[in-house]
Design a protein around this ligand. Structure first.
Ligand SMILES: *Cc1c(COP(=O)(O)O)cnc(C)c1O
Length: 487
């Protein structure tokens, strides 16, 4: 039975963790330094515990965590993959961790070289000409890209007010667009789950800055018409932005730049070896085609002969989008990852991610409705259509999966699929793990037919049982309040 009492409830009057001996050397009493009115004898309700109590309490809490290091985490559109520890080791080298951001350029040539080379690699992977490493996350990379477009049009004395975004887009796309001052024109996907050129033709005009799409899109499908779509957008003077958050279906295989994409952000914390999901630092570099390069945020790194320097004097730049240069240690991990994988390794990772997703799709398609049955890329999307007849929903099944020891997939996204279950296995899982996930899903499908009630109360074995999803997000109570009546 896992310990779940609060630290306050374990408190025993007078119990202490550390009892230092009385100081017997000359010293200044704290009382002589601290004003009288700031001193208190007691903190009401403060827990009193032994050292062992404290250690066990927090170690116990840590074992309640679920992460990629403890189990399979097939969260679609999130690329929850295992990130090799060697990249952490490299990022922990003192030469990197002890750098000061204001260190003179001549003292940090290695760091600048790493940033320059990483930019080159990402440009190569995405088919872009120039890149900023500054954005701290995918969403910030998107915003930067859109601000670059605003600056580009302003520079030409025009102001385009609209941007076209597919109905399958990640929520950050319309949000970033609105933040950059665009109004969003939604484009529906066809019955095949992808965008049709004719629809783009109809919506694209000279008041529209371009289209913001995702490829593969969030249904895990390759936007097959992307070249045609790009030429329509370009012919009206617009640009193609591709949300490159999840690049492990394309890297090493196909380059977005060659498909007509003009801007793309990379989520280093999804595809390139930085773990994410815990709110830690991310990195969302933005790559652009040559025409847009002058507008990128400063500073960027340039190579002159054998030296590297930070460029800050760029009159057309949109300016900074964060302090200093971006989350440097995340760049180090991505650099180490790319160097170690090499072109062939990255390609192999993409192929495995695609193979794993298609394997799951094929093996589960009899048990779960597949709204788009064609070959998928790195993720596949099911729905709860077959289970609805038994009164069971996607939410019930997601909760039940926790009892089987798996993190639930992404649910109810993308919005175009009712009751969506979006599975992204990533390239790092073994066939055995994937098979055991498939068996768990099949077992749940059986339970739906034979004993649906067991799903209604799930999860039964998780430390926290079924929560009220709406209240948990609208009015989260993450702090125990000792002196109010809601504890
Ligand atoms: C994760 C994701 C984003 C947002 O990236 P953040 O780093 O969380 O801001 C945008 N688009 C897609 C498709 C994503 O999967």
């Amino acid at each position: 039975m896992k310990e779940r009492r609060l630290v306050f409830e374990k408190s025993r009057k007078g119990r202490v963790a550390v009892a230092p001996p009385v100081v017997d050397v000359p010293h200044v009493e704290p009382r002589e330094l601290i004003p009288e009115e700031l001193i208190r004898e007691d903190i009401e309700g403060f827990p009193e515990l032994s050292e062992l109590d404290v250690i066990r309490h927090y170690t116990g809490l840590a074992t309640l965590n679920f992460g990629v290091d403890t189990g399979f985490y097939p969260l679609g559109s999130c690329t929850m993959k295992y990130n090799p520890r060697i990249d952490e080791d490299v990022a922990a080298l003192e030469g990197f961790t002890m750098l000061h951001p204001y260190q003179p350029e001549e003292c940090c040539q290695g760091a600048l070289r790493l940033m320059h080379e990483l930019s080159t690699y990402l440009c190569e992977i995405g088919g872009m000409d120039a890149l900023t490493l500054q954005p701290s996350a995918g969403a910030q990379g998107e915003l930067c890209g859109l601000l670059v477009l605003v600056a580009y049009f302003r520079d030409r004395g025009s102001k385009r007010k609209k941007i076209i975004i597919p109905d399958t887009a990640h929520g950050t796309n319309p949000a970033s667009s609105a933040l950059a001052g665009f109004s969003v024109v939604e484009i529906g996907s066809s019955k095949n789950g992808i965008i049709e050129p004719a629809d783009v033709e109809r919506l694209m005009d000279e008041d529209t800055a371009g289209i913001m799409l995702t490829n593969p899109n969030t249904l895990g499908l390759f936007e097959e018409n992307i070249k045609e779509i790009a030429s329509i957008v370009h012919s009206k003077g617009g640009f193609v932005y591709c949300d490159g958050a999840n690049l492990n279906a394309l890297m090493g295989i196909a380059r977005l730049g060659e498909m007509g994409v003009d801007l793309v952000q990379f989520n280093l914390h999804k595809t390139f070896a930085t773990p994410h999901g815990g709110g830690g630092p991310g990195s969302g570099p933005l790559g652009v085609k040559r025409e847009l390069a002058p507008y990128l945020p400063v500073p960027w790194v340039e190579k002159e002969g054998s030296r590297y320097r930070l460029v800050t004097d760029a009159p057309k730049s949109i300016g900074r989008c964060r302090a200093f240069y971006g989350n440097f240690l995340v760049m180090v991990k991505a650099y180490a990852y790319i160097r170690r994988m090499g072109r062939e390794g990255l390609k192999e990772a993409s192929k495995m991610a695609i193979l794993n997703a298609n394997y799951i799709k094929e093996r589960l398609k009899e048990d779960f409705h597949l709204p788009y049955p064609q070959t998928c890329m790195h993720e596949c999307v099911f729905s709860d259509r077959y289970q609805q007849a038994h009164g069971v929903t996607t939410m019930d099944m997601a909760k039940r999966l926790m009892d089987y020891g798996f993190h639930p997939p992404t649910v109810y996204f993308p919005l175009v699929v009712r009751g969506a279950i979006m599975v992204e296995p990533t390239e790092t899982e073994s066939p055995e793990t994937i098979d055991s996930f498939i068996e768990a899903m099949k077992s749940i499908a059986r339970e739906v037919r034979e004993s649906p009630d067991v799903l209604k109360g799930a999860p039964h074995n998780a430390p926290v049982k079924r929560v009220d999803e709406v209240m948990a997000s609208r009015r989260p109570r993450v702090r125990w309040q000792p002196f109010s009546d809601n504890g």
